[in-house]
Design a protein around this ligand. Sequence first.
Ligand SMILES: [Zn+2]
Length: 71
Amino acid sequence: MQVRCYNCHKPFAMNKQAIYEALEIVTSEELNHYNAYCPHCRRANRISMDELRRWAPEWGSETSTEEKTDE
Ligand SMILES: [Zn+2]
């Protein structure tokens, strides 16, 4: 998943884990977008919920985020 920074126009990658985290933040805080910080210039890039969903269409389809118990 490549994000192109609106500020410096350099692409940077967001992995699945980062996208899932973003979706969780956006959902729990009832935001419309997520701020993805560019590693090059440190500016926040707004990524809409729709875009996050498109990248992780399977997210939220199952509510079974299995809780792992540390043993
Ligand atoms: Zn940038």
